[in-house]
Design a protein around this ligand. Structure first.
Ligand code: GRF
Length: 216
């Protein structure tokens, strides 16, 4: 079976991107990162892609801070199609995607978020978790729909919030789990084991691959 082709969108540090590259290269993930796209020219994620010999592209995002311009969105769709991407992974991509891109990659677009959704969507979520006083937090891989961090949940991991935690300490503990579950989610997708049923993602057992993943 051909290996799955991943396109990764990232705006910053790129540790999740690096985890995907590493698990692809050491055989834990049955997929290859074929293109990395960023809205930030100096993003460390682009440098990581270059170091790994992966195509790295900057797309000028346009004037709005939180959104992509129509041109930028068109350029990103064009690149992902040019690279024949099977699955798009958002990995710290800091702009909200428009409906055109989301519909183009319907149920082939996933995101990683550093909280146990639906708790704490949006930004600065480790701080929000500490301020709220939750005893556990974690991370979520979910399909992307047209809301912010609202799409069907693929996989989650739980981490404890410890006495004396700072935002940074909690973020690091969560990040370790992010790196593990993103690879796992990509493998489940590639094995055709994710079936979207309303807003619930059913994970099919390893052998029932015939059902595949679809949006119905
Ligand atoms: C991660 O915490 C991810 O969950 C969130 O943004 C952060 C990106 O970190 N969406 P990195 O760039 O992958 O290191």
């Amino acid at each position: 079976m051909a290996r799955m082709r991943l396109g990764v969108l990232a705006s910053g540090r790129g540790s999740n991107l690096q985890a995907l590259i590493d698990s692809s290269r050491d055989g834990r993930m049955k997929a290859d990162v074929v293109v990395v796209i960023s809205d930030v020219e100096a993003a460390q994620a682009l440098a990581r892609a270059c170091d790994a010999g992966i195509d790295a592209r900057f797309v000028e995002p346009g004037p709005k801070r939180a959104y992509l311009s129509e041109e930028a969105e068109g350029a990103i769709i064009g690149l992902l199609d040019e690279f024949k991407v099977d699955l798009v992974c958002l990995a710290g991509f800091m702009r909200i995607l428009g409906p055109r891109l989301i519909r183009h990659f319907k149920w082939r677009l996933v995101n990683i978020h550093p909280s146990l959704l639906p708790a704490f969507p949006g930004l600065n979520v480790q701080r929000k978790a500490l301020e709220y006083g939750v005893k556990f937090s974690g991370c979520t891989v979910h399909f992307v729909d047209e809301g912010v961090d609202t799409g069907p949940i693929v996989i989650q991991a739980v981490v404890p919030v410890l006495e004396g935690d700072t935002e940074e300490k909690l973020a690091q503990r969560i990040l370790k789990e992010e790196h593990r579950i993103y690879t796992e989610a990509v493998n489940l997708f590639g094995e055709g084991r994710l079936k979207i049923d309303g807003r619930v993602v059913r994970v099919l057992p390893e052998r029932s691959r015939d059902a595949g993943s679809d949006g119905n």
